[in-house]
Design a protein around this ligand. Structure first.
Ligand SMILES: Cc1cc2nc3c(=O)[nH]c(=O)nc-3n(C[C@H](O)[C@H](O)[C@H](O)COP(=O)(O)OP(=O)(O)OC[C@H]3O[C@@H](n4cnc5c(N)ncnc54)[C@H](O)[C@@H]3O)c2cc1C
Length: 573
């Protein structure tokens, strides 16, 4: 490796170096700057946001001020009861306790001191019905943001997934989708739709390549970027951290390279380095070590996330904390794109829970409450495929009328002619279940029997086998206009549609072992001085479980805040 400048960490004086500009890194850099530290944020690419920018942007914050003000009456004791039931009562490093005690404070601090702003997501149930679970109040969402406020820096915000935009560049959140689909049903929805469309048209006329009205993860990233600008944080774009400078038993800087093959140099820092490179992501080395091949799961992590933070930490003695599973899941379908490429569509909440859809395995058998959370849906998929021979896909089955009403994966609602999607090989369509099963390569008898069972459940208004429409999460994502059960309708009229889905990952759960203050630990439990980790680089405090909406961005931002507070406290001692 060519080292052009002094190979020592003293050429540039920083109090803190933060590596990776997703939610975790941007928050750590922001809080450090707000506390008066001289901080440099390294970002490997030319844009901030990583996976955060493509996310829904929800944070799971028990006892948040927003939940309290909205009257949801959440209590930290209830949240603790829920987590104990979910994960078990032991909390070896006190991370869970730290999270609960600090989460609301971190959000209040950010809102009081920066352009970061959230609102209560209102009703948004926890993902499992365990003691202490809440229906509302724990999830918060970023307030939409006007990208024009960033001026020329708007292009620095990584765009969302194309699948989550309409008309080639207009972002839509859950409320927008409901307005767009129901625009002829109420004046309010019609006005909302008109506002969205006219704003978008104006943006395009003004020369923006995409709409500037940002929602979800994009709003969060843009708000963080605006705040970094206001706090005067230096962001070094196109600077990839390759390794850490570890001298005299402490981390005192990072070795960085411009682009993939540009000049390499060292950047030093007095208080240390914070790793926030987005977790395991696409690291073939770590994935091999975990035994995760592409059939077992596909990563939805930003493509530039290669596990480099974790690898760099391991090289200086950090311990890797594994959980079972190593990842947090989302079911994905594989969308054929141009030139033989494929993109991943994450099936979060738009189709699975809706009435008139069932999910089956290769034997044509149902195996899950289709309206379960994405994480628990994939857990059931993995269990079902273990019974066969290794990893196997599952299939979402519905009809053309369903697709027209709700959409199916990458196919937006309103479509009745699925011809191009069939030609591209995304879905199979047939007039009978037998023919559909043949096209999908699954057992027809099993499929017919599953549909019969589902249709009976729809008539009776309850799914006694898997509980679709009887759990809070499935009802929340169902269709409120469908009575008596928002998730059940008979699937009788063809043509029928089938879509193959696979396990995918929204985040890694295994990661670097840390204290509750983000200090990186060795296998023998000693702190590696000067080294910190948060976001998905840090092992998930949920240890492979998934409590509710916002379970990775919540800890990413809260522990980023907490670790900087710890650093500041140490410097004052
Ligand atoms: C479709 C989807 C929806 C989701 N919705 C939610 C949600 O609503 N709530 C929730 O809690 N979670 C959600 N998640 C998960 C969530 O997005 C991630 O867990 C989270 O964004 C991770 O944040 P991070 O800061 O750790 O990493 P990232 O946001 O991925 O940021 C990592 C950054 O590090 C940079 N980087 C990588 N390597 C280097 C290097 N060597 N040197 C310098 N920079 C580097 C990358 O370029 C990137 O900018 C969702 C995920 C997906 C895929």
């Amino acid at each position: 490796m060519a080292v052009l400048k002094a190979d020592r960490p003293d050429e540039c004086h920083n109090d803190l170096v933060v590596v990776g500009a997703g939610a975790a890194g941007m928050t750590a850099a922001l809080v450090a700057a707000l506390h008066g530290l001289k901080v440099t944020l390294l970002e490997a690419t030319e844009q901030v946001g990583g996976t955060t920018s493509t996310s829904a942007g929800t944070l799971w914050i028990p006892g948040s001020s927003h939940g309290t003000r909205a009257g949801h009456g959440d209590s930290l004791d209830e949240a603790r009861t829920y987590l104990d039931a979910l994960i078990g009562p032991d909390d070896p490093q006190g991370l869970r306790t730290a999270y609960l005690s600090c989460a609301a404070e971190a959000i209040d601090y950010l809102e009081a001191n920066s352009s970061v702003e959230f609102r209560s997501a209102g009703t948004h149930p926890d993902y499992l019905e365990l003691p202490g679970a809440a229906m509302a109040g724990r999830a918060i969402s970023p307030v939409e943001f006007d990208g024009r406020r960033l001026g020329n820096a708007f292009f620095r915000v990584r765009p969302p997934m194309p699948h989550f935009m309409v008309l080639g560049g207009m972002m839509v959140g859950k409320a927008d989708i409901s307005a767009l689909l129901g625009r002829f049903r109420s004046t309010g929805k019609l006005l909302h739709t008109a506002r969205l469309l006219s704003r978008y048209a104006l943006d395009r006329l003004r020369g923006y390549r995409r709409g500037t009205r940002l929602v979800m993860g994009n709003a969060l990233v843009a708000r963080l970027l605006m705040s970094l600008q206001q706090a005067g944080v230096t962001v070094l774009y196109g600077m990839r951290c390759e390794s850490l400078v570890h001298e005299a038993g402490r981390v005192s800087g990072a070795r960085i390279r411009r682009g993939e093959s540009g000049e390499s140099r060292v950047i030093g820092s007095t208080a240390g380095v914070v790793l926030c490179t987005g977790g395991v992501g696409h690291s073939s080395e770590l994935r091999r070590a975990f035994g995760t091949d592409v059939l077992q799961s596909r990563s939805l992590s930003f493509e530039g996330n290669r596990g480099e933070g974790i690898t760099a930490a391991l090289a200086v003695g950090a311990a890797l904390e594994r959980s079972t599973p190593d990842f947090l899941w989302q079911p994905v379908s594989l969308v054929p794109e141009r030139a033989g490429r494929q993109s991943l569509y994450p099936h979060l909440f738009l189709d699975r829970a809706k009435p008139g859809l069932l999910a089956v395995d290769r034997a044509g058998r149902r195996f899950v409450n289709e309206g379960a959370s994405y994480h628990h849906f994939v857990e059931a998929m993995r269990l079902a495929s273990e019974k066969v021979q290794g990893p196997a896909p599952a299939y979402l089955i519905c009809n053309v009328a369903f697709v027209k009403q709700y959409g199916l994966g990458a196919i937006h609602p309103g479509k009745t002619d699925l011809g191009t999607w069939v030609e591209r090989g995304y879905v199979a369509v047939a007039d009978t279940f037998e023919a559909l099963a043949r096209k999908l390569g699954i057992e027809a008898e099993g499929l017919e029997s599953s549909v019969r069972q589902m249709n009976e459940a729809a008539v009776q208004g309850g799914d006694v086998v898997f509980g679709k429409g009887s759990t809070a999460v499935s009802r929340f994502n169902g269709d409120p206009d469908q009575v008596p059960n928002p998730c059940l309708a008979p699937l009788i009229e063809g043509p029928y549609v089938g879509l193959e889905i696979w396990p995918g990952e929204s985040a890694s759960s295994s990661g670097i072992s840390t204290t509750a203050d983000g200090e990186v630990l060795t296998a023998s439990g000693l702190v590696v001085p000067g080294l910190y980790a948060c976001g998905n680089d840090m092992a998930s405090i949920w240890r492979g479980t998934y409590p509710g909406p916002g379970a990775t961005l919540g800890p990413a931002m809260v522990f980023a805040y907490r670790l900087v507070r710890g650093i500041v406290a140490k410097r004052q001692r």
